[in-house]
Design a binder for this molecule. Structure first.
Ligand code: GDP
Ligand code: MG
Length: 597
């Protein structure tokens, strides 16, 4: 296909604004997939992606479109992850295309993720086509939303296309706009090969499948290629395009997007953003701005049943095969036994991996408190990265500690603004900006990431009844008064509940934690002290009194089935308990104790 007849684009949208539905409709209206093979959310392939309505890996589809001018076009859509945790991947895949559809739900308006993703698109020099979706709904307000796009994002929305991805209305106009308004790709077929590694995924039959965008040159089957960042070389075995099923082709030329396989063993061997060239005739300069994505949130994953450790190892290794940004190492906790310390791109990433282990591998997990990466500056001048609060050195050797900060953008209806400001303030936030767009406020806060990883998002949703949207980026590190708080149950430290806290908030957190644990730990035959401490100094304390009676005693011996049920319940409860010295702590306690309210 000549360059003039190729259009490469992505879709930018806030979650639930209709990105997947619109992609389905584009695929359907162009007969890319036979009607009988059409299923909903074509591009979201994993169950977990469909269920949570998020895309985790970049997906792509090649669409053949005959425009109203009678010409035949190839349209390549890259569906990028829509979540902040994967923003580096988003920014990479944006650089593989020339334009974006900016989809905004016309019953809702611009939201935080719309903004974050649209800025990435603007950064990548995209031509933007605003699309106002869900016009079939009575609450649709085209004028208001178009005005908001102009005001908040600052782009011309006069040509915005009203559509209903549900009914198909306006989809033809979107296809025509892609051809008319998005620029064709540029590139030189005779120049040395220069291709971008956009993403990669593991396929059980083919091994690692690499998504590539050709900038210059031509890539053919049998070619010997070199990854410029890793230095690895491979022989290309298969070349193809996604329709969206994998379809083999002979070659990919400039401007084209497709896949290759080359006996690459694991996704870890490929780096998103790397430049692929020919071993024989290398291109001179790699594509700019390559950086590996690094985990920012860490937590321990332990099997509830310690006999499942090997199965957990197996599950984690398999998941890591397909996810280079997920890191893990073995951890041995005095309280929880053997498990893994795992690193994630963010909280959602953590939840996705944890869900998959529990669901796909059927292993019940204890997840320890999520922690960010601290920089610990020692008095002897050395600096360490702290991934696990349990490893925090004794304070007498520590000079100071730095923590990561974020810039959070929150869009919220006016009526909830007060609650949002209070929440941010409570979490040690510093207000940077507050502006209005119609009846909604846009608040920008500088916040410590460690205050966000616990339950910030849940709290935000609950104080705003779900009407706020939130997005963030990490901005850097800053020194603050941070200490390790330990929790002792029956005088034994429970390392899984250790956390780094700000000194000023330690008493409050410690008290809340002790009160919670008092409710969560069942009574034993003896009195149990529950304490929070900083460096040996107790800052909060509760006492769980001893059990007096057998739980079935209150049944007065009469109702046998009820008695049985109670005993069974007790037994089932036991299974999810862990032994800490003489005390049994239910698994649920670990999760609940870490939530604040
Ligand atoms: P995504 O998160 O941006 O991929 O959004 P989805 O495509 O999954 O859509 C979110 C929800 O909105 C789904 O329940 C869709 O059925 C619904 N939806 C999408 N487009 C339209 C539309 O044009 N009209 C109506 N009424 N519902 C829509
Ligand atoms: Mg979707």
């Amino acid at each position: 296909t000549p360059l003039s007849h190729i259009r490469n684009f992505s879709i930018v949208a806030h979650i639930d604004h209709g990105k997947s539905t619109l992609a389905d409709r584009l695929i359907q209206m162009t007969d890319t997939v036979a009607e009988r093979d059409m299923k909903e959310q074509m591009l979201d392939s994993m169950d977990i992606e469909r269920e949570r309505g998020i895309t985790i890996k970049a997906n792509t589809v090649r669409i053949d479109y005959t425009a109203e001018n009678g010409e035949q076009y190839v349209l390549n859509l890259i569906d990028t992850p829509g979540h902040v945790d994967f923003s580096y991947e988003v920014s990479r895949s944006m650089r593989a295309v020339e334009g974006s559809l900016l989809v905004v739900d016309s019953t809702q308006g611009v939201e935080a993720q719309t903004l974050a993703n649209v800025y990435q698109a603007i950064d990548a020099d995209h031509e933007l086509i605003p699309v106002l979706n869900k016009i079939d709904l009575p609450a649709s307000d085209l004028d208001r939303v178009a005005e908001q796009i102009e005001e908040v994002i600052g782009i011309d929305a006069s040509g915005a296309i009203p559509v209903s991805a549900k009914t198909g209305q306006g989809i033809r106009e979107v296809l025509e706009a892609i051809v008319a308004h998005l620029p064709p790709p540029e590139g030189d077929a005779d120049a040395p090969l220069k291709a971008m590694l956009v993403d990669s995924k593991y396929d059980p039959y083919l091994g690692v499948v690499v998504l590539v965008r050709i900038m210059d040159g031509v890539l053919k089957k049998g070619d010997k290629i070199r990854m410029m960042q890793t230095g690895a070389t491979y022989n290309v075995e298969r070349i193809g395009v996604f329709r969206p099923a994998m379809t083999v082709v002979d070659a990919l030329g400039p401007g084209e997007i497709g896949f290759i396989t080359a006996s690459i063993k694991q996704v870890r061997d490929t780096r998103v953003g790397d430049t692929i060239t020919h071993e024989k005739r290398k291109c001179e300069k790699a594509l700019p701005g390559f950086k590996p994505s690094v985990p920012v949130v860490f937590c321990g994953l332990f099997p509830v049943d310690s006999a499942e450790f090997e199965s957990l190892r197996d599950a984690i290794e398999k998941l890591a095969l397909n996810d280079a940004s997920f890191s893990y190492e073995m951890e041995n906790s005095a309280a929880l036994g053997f498990g893994f310390r795992c690193g994630f791109l963010g909280l959602l990433h953590l939840e996705v991996i944890r869900d998959r282990i529990e669901r796909e591998y059927d292993i019940e997990l204890i997840t320890t408190a999520p922690s960010v990466v601290y920089h610990v500056f020692m008095k002897d001048g050395s600096v360490t990265e702290l991934h696990n609060p349990a490893d925090m050195p004794d304070l007498t050797y520590v000079d100071h500690v730095e923590e990561p900060r974020i810039k959070a953008t929150i869009l919220v209806p006016d009526e909830f603004l007060g609650d949002v400001l209070k929440l941010c303030q409570d979490r040690r936030g510093i207000q940077i900006d507050l502006t209005y767009a119609g009846a909604r406020a846009m608040v920008v806060y500088d916040l410590p990431l460690n205050e966000v990883v616990f339950d910030f998002y849940d709290r935000l949703k609950s104080v705003t009844k779900g009407y706020a949207s939130f997005d963030y980026e990490i901005t850097g590190y800053r020194t603050d008064n941070l200490v390790k708080m330990q929790v002792l149950v029956n005088d034994e430290p429970v390392d899984a509940l250790s956390m780094m806290v700000h000194r000023d908030r330690a008493e409050m957190r410690g008290r809340a934690m002790c009160e919670k644990l008092k409710d969560l730990i069942p009574r034993h035959m003896f009195k149990i002290p529950i304490q929070a401490a900083i460096g040996g100094k107790v800052i909060a304390r509760e006492t769980l009194s001893a059990m007096r009676k057998d739980v079935t005693a209150k049944c007065y011996g009469g109702d046998v089935t009820r008695k049985k049920k109670l005993l069974e319940k007790q037994k089932a409860g036991k299974k999810k308990m862990r032994q800490f010295g003489k005390v049994e702590i239910p698994q649920q306690a670990f999760i609940s104790a870490l939530k604040m309210d």
